[in-house]
Design a binder for this molecule. Structure first.
Ligand SMILES: [Zn+2]
Length: 428
């Protein structure tokens, strides 16, 4: 922990990733370069068994994107097409129907219209439903396009992209995120009876499936090398900004925790395995492929950082079954003590992370670094997710938190929950 707090090597590597490679969308040449770079970095930092495990991922391309409020004169609206949206072979022009909830959508006639979801930010987990499911539900009701108010707490006219998903059997419609300012303008016009009309012109397209990879490196355990503690993050990002906080920073925490553990006078009892997952943002193919290939190995725990690089308060823990949760917390609490020095000794029930989700599903104790997300959701999935937003001190705290927990879970005599129980469950 002391060494994590005393150097900026995680930040130095993150600068390279962001400034020399940039953003890294699934199936892009930039992600391929990052996959090669990550293997070199893992070797440079002393990790063993470094490899890229192939994963097929979707290749989606943004293309041009324009939204125009029609009038005298026409006015541009700032948007970002949503991942997996279709494009508009011919621009779509229609009246905008503004709804704030799914109930309002159900009550509205949206046939031939563009639906705008103007749902204010409550929490990311709650509000993101309008982005992920809203366009599909609007399409089902006959809408010809969808706009979604960006999922963020406030805005400098900044659109936030992200994935949307059309339900099976629903014909996709073009869908884009609009800034909070743009959404509120359209909502005000509609409320004043000045029916807004918008033209959407999107060049997005899906180009099938291409080969990508999860990048893996290890600090082999000294006594029980077959037992694994995963340190996870995702190397892919959206195709705007630099993917600095989402999730370049998380990857640097995992990598540098492993580096520090690898230079300790002896290796921990179990293997620490760093996994840079691919395709978290628009498919989760890397997470699914890893669980399929490795789910039968005894995983003692998985730790992920994928909620930015704000100051960590400790860990969120997803322990299943629920009946084991309290005893796990009780057993782990003493190990959180040293982290209290940087106010990172918290341990609470919560979400582990998207990439370790499939491991949590099969009963692996899953932990997410519990970052302060106040600043994160202002820049998440935007052009502004760049290296200059990283607070070097908070990043060091993140590395320290990851290091302490990786070491604890890999070294502690007993597994988080009995490893025989775990193995039995995985064999089932
Ligand atoms: Zn992420």
């Amino acid at each position: 922990m002391g060494r994590a707090l005393a150097d900026d090597r995680a930040l130095e590597d993150l600068v390279e990733l962001c400034d020399d490679i940039g953003h890294r969308l699934s199936g892009s040449p930039e992600l391929d370069r990052a996959i090669a770079w990550a293997q070199d970095k893992m070797r440079e930092h002393g990790l063993k068994n470094v490899r890229a495990e192939p994963v097929d991922v979707p290749r989606w391309v943004r293309g041009h994107e324009r939204a125009t409020l029609l009038g005298d004169p026409d006015r541009p609206l700032h948007i970002l097409t949503l991942g997996r949206s279709v494009g508009t072979p011919e621009p779509v022009e229609a009246e905008v129907v503004v709804v704030r909830t799914f109930e309002e959508l159900e009550a509205a006639d949206v046939t031939g219209k563009i639906v705008l979801y103007d749902a204010p930010f409550v929490t990311y987990g709650e509000t993101v439903a309008y982005r992920s499911k809203g366009p599909s539900r609007a399409a089902e009701k006959g809408a010809v396009g969808a706009l979604v108010r960006s999922v963020g707490p406030d805005s400098m006219d900044t659109p936030h992209t992200g994935a949307t998903r059309f339900a099976d059997g629903v014909t996709p419609i073009p869908a884009a995120a609009i800034t909070i300012e743009g959404a509120e303008l359209l909502a005000r016009l509609a409320e004043r009876g000045k029916q807004p009309r918008v033209r959407l012109d999107l060049g997005a397209k899906s180009e099938g499936t291409v080969s990508s990879a999860n990048v893996i490196g290890e600090i082999p355990g000294r006594e029980k090398p077959e037992e694994i503690v995963v340190l996870g993050c995702h190397l892919d990002s959206w195709d705007v900004g630099q993917g600095a906080q989402d999730d370049g920073g998380g990857c640097m925490m995992a990598l540098h925790a492993a580096r520090l553990i690898g230079t300790h006078r002896q290796a921990p009892r179990r293997t620490v395995r760093v996994v840079f997952y691919t395709n978290e943002e628009n498919g989760l193919a890397g997470a699914k492929a890893y669980a399929e290939a490795h789910g039968s190995e005894p995983h003692i725990a998985a730790i992920e950082s994928d909620s930015g690089t704000g100051a960590p308060a400790g860990l969120r823990a997803d322990i299943r079954p629920e009946s084991e949760r309290e005893s796990v917390f009780e057993a782990l609490r003493p190990y959180a003590q040293p982290l209290q020095a940087i106010h990172a000794g918290g341990l609470r029930e919560g979400y582990g992370g998207a990439d370790i989700g499939p491991l949590a599903e099969i009963g692996v104790p899953a932990f997410g670094i519990d970052h302060d997300t106040t600043e994160y959701f202002r820049i998440h999935h935007t052009h502004a997710d760049t290296i200059d937003k990283i607070d070097p001190t908070a990043l060091r705290w993140g590395v320290a938190t990851m290091t302490v927990w990786a070491w604890t879970l890999a070294e502690r005599e007993a597994a988080v929950i009995g490893s025989s129980t775990l193995r039995g469950r995985q064999e089932e």
